[in-house]
Design a binder for this molecule. Structure first.
Ligand code: SF4
Length: 477
């Protein structure tokens, strides 16, 4: 792994490579199966789960349909609370803002709360180019970072690694990044967690600047919210003198009371817990307590493009719980790297094309097809994103984006079929050649089609020929 998704092949190629890795499939099946069962148990405890899903969807939808007003209100409340608000159109702008804040404090390193959005914009790589080291403090993110690897799951970025692999990464890589792993490191989860804790402690105590994302941003109160399981996030949010939070503009909710349903839906859907172990909220600066300089970078990076898509805009409701990944039969077999993005699985298959637009690169255009359309993702989604419908709509957009020019084999085949089916004489002429055509297609047909499907054998006689020979079935009777 190179530590970046740039230049990843299209999904079918990447998926084929992943499918050949039996250890990966074993790790994924074990991990997703465990999380699935846990989630199903705790969701079944909530009698009004369907109503809760509807409420969660409505909270996000309301904020999205009024996004311009809500964002201005959020800026006002954050500013009144003592935070400095920045607006970033894209990844480059957001990265430059964070780098300039770190440089203003002569910081050579920052500690980070696990955050999808900072991975989306490639913040670590951008800061490294400016001579600033960004240390991940979430355990799974630390494993990915030390292994020079890429995240493969929204919630459990190192889901593709087993305990023995993690021990080896800690043993061989920790020393180069700070405090080395202890000599007697085993692959027991508690021992591995203790090694990570020791390694991270010196970073928490040393760093002047912390960087976070946010799960929610409350416009009414100017409050940012991070939920997590380990407490590392809270250390990053409270210990450094300066805190920079990069927040996608879709994270805004209107009122404080909107948090209630969201904080019930998220932990049960993601980790299968009734409550998040740590829920941190912060609203600007509190003199003498926590960071004394707080910056909030409100990031677009394709979100307004997604918002303009009437079918696809529901993807912005996503609260990154990862439930859709854990039930997806395609994800379970290919893992997250095949999606070529920090957003893998069913949500990645729609969010990436919506954020980037279709028709520009093969990798993004391949994602709406990375699904069996079984619908399991919609059934588990706590905010009722109808992922299958968005996938189908995006497939149509991909086809439309490639109209004109040299037609693809599938489009040419469809044109040919329309011509043949338009006249019965043409069809009967073709039927006489079907056997020959099938043999030809099996041998020379487009491998994108025949490589993954068995072509049926042509019957010895067409229905039309049988009808004539048997006098409509009377002579055969
Ligand atoms: S699409 Fe739904 S199920 Fe998937 S991560 Fe987002 S909120 Fe969770």
């Amino acid at each position: 792994m190179s530590g970046t998704f740039v230049g990843m092949p299209a999904f079918p190629t990447a998926a084929r490579e992943a499918l050949a890795d039996s250890q990966l499939r074993h790790n994924l099946a074990h991990a997703t199966g465990t999380i699935r069962a846990k989630r199903a148990r705790v969701v079944a405890e909530v009698e009004d789960w369907e109503e809760l899903r509807l409420t969660g969807a409505a909270v996000k939808e309301r904020a999205l349909l009024d996004l311009d007003t809500q964002l201005v209100r959020l800026e006002e409340t954050l500013t009144a609370n003592g935070a400095t608000v920045h607006w970033a159109r894209d990844a480059a702008e957001a990265n430059a803002i964070v780098a300039s804040i770190a440089k203003a404090h002569a910081a050579e390193e920052v500690v980070k709360v696990k955050s999808m959005v900072t991975q989306e914009i490639g913040l670590n790589e951008a800061l490294a180019a400016d001579g600033i080291a960004a240390w991940e403090t979430d355990l799974a993110e630390l494993i990915v970072q030390l292994g020079d690897d890429l995240p493969s799951h929204i919630l459990v970025p190192a889901i593709h690694r087993n305990r023995a692999e993690i021990r080896e990464i800690f043993r061989s890589r920790m020393a180069a990044a700070g405090r080395p792993a202890p000599e007697d490191l085993t692959d027991e989860p508690a021992v591995l967690a203790a090694a990570a804790r020791e390694h991270l402690r010196e970073k928490f105590l040393r760093a002047k600047v912390g960087v976070s994302g946010a799960n929610f941003a409350v416009a009414e109160t100017g409050t940012l919210v991070v939920v997590e399981s380990e407490g590392n996030g809270r250390m990053c949010l409270t210990l450094p003198e300066v805190l920079v939070s990069v927040v996608g503009i879709e994270k805004v909710v209107s009122r404080w009371e909107d948090l209630g349903p969201m904080l019930r839906l998220l932990p049960r859907s993601s980790t299968g817990e009734r409550m998040n172990p740590y829920t941190s909220t912060w609203s600007g600066v509190t003199p003498g307590d926590g960071p004394q300089e707080v910056h909030v970078v409100l990031l677009d990076n394709g979100r307004t493009r997604a918002l303009a898509d009437e079918v696809g805009r529901q993807a912005l409701r996503c609260i990154r719980c990862s439930a859709c990944l854990n039930v997806c039969p395609v994800y379970e077999r290919t893992g997250g790297h095949a999606y070529g993005s920090v957003y893998p699985g069913p949500i990645g298959a729609i969010l990436n094309p919506l954020l980037k637009g279709v028709g520009h690169d093969d990798q993004t255009d391949s994602l709406p097809y990375a699904s069996s359309l079984c619908g399991a993702c919609f059934e588990v989604c706590p905010v009722r994103i109808d992922i299958p419908s968005v996938l189908v709509d995006l497939r149509a957009q991909v086809v439309d984006a490639h109209r004109g020019g040299v037609p693809k084999p599938e489009a040419a085949a469809m044109k040919g079929a329309a011509y043949v089916l338009g006249r019965s004489r043409r069809l009967s002429a073709l039927e006489r050649l079907t056997g020959l055509g099938m043999r030809f297609a099996r041998r020379f047909g487009p491998t994108a089609w025949t490589g993954a499907r068995d072509l049926p054998h042509a019957p010895g006689e067409s229905f039309r020929a049988w009808w004539q020979r048997a006098n409509g079935g009377k002579d055969d009777a």
